[in-house]
Write a protein that binds this ligand. Structure first.
Ligand code: 3PG
Length: 394
């Protein structure tokens, strides 16, 4: 299993798959964490005399008009600012324009290819891993580096396809770091190992709950999915979120998990899904006409008690509707407490929880914030991710 620093990149055209799938609105990038996270690999290649040729998808390209909003041009500009070097942006994913731009590169130069999913307009070539496309992109370079952890759960032409057509493929530093933290946490954790799983839906998290119940010492549940578990236990849920067709499944999980499973004991409730209506804290049963929007203070205290001796913590999914200030406290307090666990490895994975810890300002105190949304979830489910398998096969 190679990583980028094992490769001789000098004078080489190094094809690098990154995940620059960042939020962009009207040409303005909302959060550039994924670009920042890719810098070590890109810097390594250019500082060692390689030509960095970057590929990424952005959003989901379904019709011709989507191309306007989904160009990677703003990302090229941000990357140039961050890396303090010019970045050649090529507004094409194939053809003479791209090939000539690559020919013109000097050692240490950086080029970003247009959104690889523009190829999806022609029969899902990128996201369907079209064999000709992977072969063509592979023909543009000498070596391949995959640093796109966020895309590792997808089998695309630009990750799996290129890798399978190259003699040499390596993981980038970000991919390596993600595997190190998430992989060690799940397969080789220091105990006590506590998982905190939140978010709205049990159905999104069932694979993770199942897998981590087999690995962790305790699994804490929070967020909207709590109330499907409440329903399974016969606790009243009022108008709280519930997945009726998952109540039986929740019962099975509760039985199987025994005292490993830790559920909230109180909730912050309101009559409407609205930050500006009165709210109150209730123990157990949610009264008729009310919905639960955050965990309550007793739950926070209970969770802290479970977490205080932990040596490994994996957190996926917020504890409440953290986007609304009156229901952010549970997520914030759990995040802040994790920040005080200096003896523990604390890892956050998944789009919403990452957004939560960043928005609430607790990200800096944690050991690792994954750049993966779906990818970190699938990784925590114990699945083999095609983007990782493609480079580790080499
Ligand atoms: C992500 O943001 O999870 C990845 O970049 C994958 O994007 P996708 O869900 O559109 O495939």
């Amino acid at each position: 299993k190679l990583i980028v620093s094992d490769l001789d990149v000098k004078d080489k055209k190094v094809l690098i798959r990154v995940d620059f799938n960042v939020p962009i609105k009207n040409g303005v990038i909302g959060n550039d964490n994924r670009i920042v996270a890719a810098l070590p690999t890109i810097k390594y290649v250019v500082e060692n005399g390689g030509k960095a040729i970057l590929f990424s998808h952005l959003g989901r390209v379904k019709k011709e008009e989507d191309k306007k909003e989904l160009s990677l041009r703003p990302v090229a500009e941000r990357l140039a600012d961050l890396i303090k070097k010019p970045v050649t942006f090529v507004p094409a994913t194939r053809g003479a324009q791209l090939e000539e731009a690559i020919d013109k590169l000097n050692d240490g130069d950086i080029l970003l290819v247009e959104n690889t999913r523009f190829e999806d307009l022609d029969g899902k070539k990128e996201s369907g891993n079209d064999p000709e496309l992977g072969k063509y992109w592979a023909s543009l370079g000498d070596v391949y580096v995959n640093d796109a952890f966020g895309t590792a759960h997808r089998s695309h032409a630009s990750n799996v396809g290129i890798a399978s057509n190259m003699d040499k493929a390596a993981a980038g530093f970000l991919l390596e770091k993600e595997i190190k933290f998430l992989g060690n946490a799940v397969d080789n954790p220091k105990h006590p190992f506590v998982a905190i799983l939140g978010g709205a839906k049990v159905s999104d998290k069932i694979g993770v709950i199942d897998h981590l119940l087999g690995k962790a010492d305790k699994v804490i549940i929070g967020g909207g999915m709590t109330y499907t578990f409440y329903a399974a236990k016969g606790i009243k849920i009022g108008n709280s979120l519930v997945e009726k067709d998952k109540i039986e499944l929740a019962k099975t999980i509760i039985e199987k998990a025994g005292d490993k499973l830790v559920l909230p004991t109180d909730s912050v409730v309101a009559e409407k899904f609205d930050n500006d209506v009165p709210n109150k804290v209730v123990d157990g049963d949610i009264p008729d006409g009310y919905m639960a929007l955050d965990i309550g203070p007793k739950s926070v205290a209970l969770f802290k008690d479970v977490l205080k001796d932990a040596k490994t913590v994996v957190w996926n999914g917020p504890m409440g509707v953290f986007e609304m200030s009156n229901y952010a406290k549970g997520t914030l307090e759990v995040g802040e407490f994790l920040g005080t666990l200096t003896d523990a490895t604390t890892i956050v994975g998944g789009g919403d929880s990452t957004a939560a810890v960043q928005q609430l300002g607790v990200a800096d105190k944690l050991t690792h914030i994954s750049t993966g949304g779906g990818a970190s979830l699938e990784y925590l489910e114990g699945k083999t991710l095609p983007g990782i398998a493609a480079v580790s096969d080499k």
